[in-house]
Design a protein around this ligand. Structure first.
Ligand code: 5RP
Length: 221
């Protein structure tokens, strides 16, 4: 039996049509979308894609999906990505996989942004999952203090005993802001702090959400 990530992920591949430029997200849910798109490419679907991470770039290549550089295209027809939390207004926390900066650039440039999420990602209010915040390495402890001054508790993301470094050469603070009453305001306030490159709040970007119901069937909203 397919798990929820596979059901939601594979469904999203149906929204990809011939001739499209497709933004490919990062993570274990959109992995199923990418694999399904790869199968369709082998069957003759003609698309080009942009990847949101080095990990996705490698997966897309393995699946035979032709890639282009973001700098070389004018339009992204559809972008498909996962999420760490989704609220009732389809605002998101993203960046659990560390790819938030490229993910947000691609999501905000796409004509249509589709989120694939298993039911565990749906929440009433954002904030149980700490917000990933990508920061310049230069002066990062000071940036962390500024995050504290607006109410967050930043924790430097580590990987095998060393700070985790993003594809863009930056660090990530995973920031606990407890229950977030105004994600719009917090997104803006975070991005006003010098040293912050981007934060994992994705507000008002989602056009379509694909999740899974109790019968393990895909639900499109
Ligand atoms: C990566 C992300 C992912 O989309 C998010 O972490 C969800 O991942 P998964 O599908 O593995 O649960 O934002 O930066």
């Amino acid at each position: 039996m397919k798990n929820e990530k596979q059901v939601a992920g594979e469904k999203a591949a149906e929204f990809v049509k011939d001739g499209m430029v497709v933004g490919l997200g990062t993570g274990s849910t959109v992995l199923y979308t990418i694999k399904k798109i790869g199968e369709r490419v082998k069957d003759g679907l003609s698309i080009t894609a942009v990847a949101t991470s080095i990990q996705t770039e490698q997966l897309a290549k393995e699946c035979g999906i032709p890639l282009v550089n973001l700098a070389d295209i004018d339009v992204i027809d559809v972008a498909i990505d996962g999420a760490d939390e989704v609220d009732a207004a389809f605002n998101l926390i993203k960046g659990g996989g560390g790819a938030l900066l490229r993910e947000k650039i691609i999501a905000s440039s796409a004509q249509e942004f589709i989120i694939v999420a298993d039911s565990s990602k749906m929440v009433k209010q954002l904030g149980r999952f700490p917000i990933p915040v990508e920061v310049e390495i230069f002066g990062y402890p000071l940036t962390g203090k500024k995050i504290q001054s607006i109410g967050g508790v930043p924790k430097l993301r580590m990987n095998e005993g060393k700070p985790f470094v993003t594809d863009n050469g930056n660090y990530i603070f995973d920031c606990d802001f407890a229950a977030i009453s105004s994600p719009e305001k917090l997104e803006l306030n975070l991005n006003l702090i010098p040293g912050i490159v981007e934060n994992g709040l994705f507000i008002g970007l989602v056009d379509l959400l694909i999740t899974v119901d109790q019968k393990q069937e895909a639900v499109i909203q």
